[in-house]
Ligand binder design. Structure first.
Ligand code: MLT
Length: 211
């Protein structure tokens, strides 16, 4: 589907009680990439999975970068607002007005989700961010309303130093977010422990119904 400003897929779930998973892939991925991960993290949930609108040498991303880990901040701002507008339109289109949205992002997708939380926190009920980094340093952190955020970071990630993960966590906590960090014994790639830890964390959130 290419309407609403993003190529995306919306997949119905087993029920309409569960939150909706907003899936945001890493550089070079697409809207199909994270669907198996979403299914594992919260079986039966509805899924809204996007493809980034920016191409870097033909590889989809959610915003432009000047170099690895160095972001085009003007573009990041514009693309974050574009994502916020998509979320609003998709809620209407798919009748999700009453549903909670959990962002599940990996790498570049986790970074735009972090940016969305810092710029427009009202759009998400929770976020699972695999290999996220500080997307931009806010002048002042908005009230994040106690949003639960799960960060999963690689201890030897060559792109994201551990200090950057801690700084992101501190920024979120300054806004009142409830942050949990899982440290994976490895680098930027995900391991089974990342997925297990995220699944357990999601299951513990009060708004996720028991199965
Ligand atoms: C980014 O550009 O968002 C980060 O460098 C992660 C990546 O996508 O490689």
């Amino acid at each position: 589907m290419t309407d609403l400003g993003f190529v995306h897929r919306f997949l119905q779930g087993r029920d309409n009680e569960s939150p909706v998973l907003l899936l945001l892939h890493g550089t070079g991925g697409d809207e199909n990439d994270l669907i198996p991960l979403g299914r594992e993290l919260l079986p039966g949930a509805r899924i809204l999975s996007l493809r980034g609108n920016v191409l870097e040498n033909g590889r989809p991303r959610f915003f432009r970068r000047l170099a690895e880990g160095v972001f085009d901040l003007e573009d990041l701002k514009r693309r974050t607002d574009e994502l916020a507008r998509f979320v609003e339109s998709a809620r209407r289109q798919y009748r999700l007005e009453e549903s909670r949205l959990i962002a599940i992002g990996y790498s570049n997708g986790a970074n735009i989700a972090a940016s969305l939380i810092l710029r427009c926190p009202q759009h998400l009920s929770a976020a699972v961010l695999f290999r996220a980094m500080v997307p931009f340093t806010p002048d002042a952190v908005l009230d994040l309303g106690g949003i639960p955020i799960f960060l999963s970071a690689g201890k030897s990630d060559s792109i994201i130093p551990a200090e950057n993960t801690r700084r992101l966590s501190d920024i979120f906590e300054t806004g009142g977010a409830r942050v949990s960090i899982h440290w994976h014994n490895g680098g930027h790639e995900l391991g089974p422990d990342d997925v297990d830890a995220a699944r357990q964390w999601i299951a513990q959130q009060s708004f996720v119904p028991d199965r």
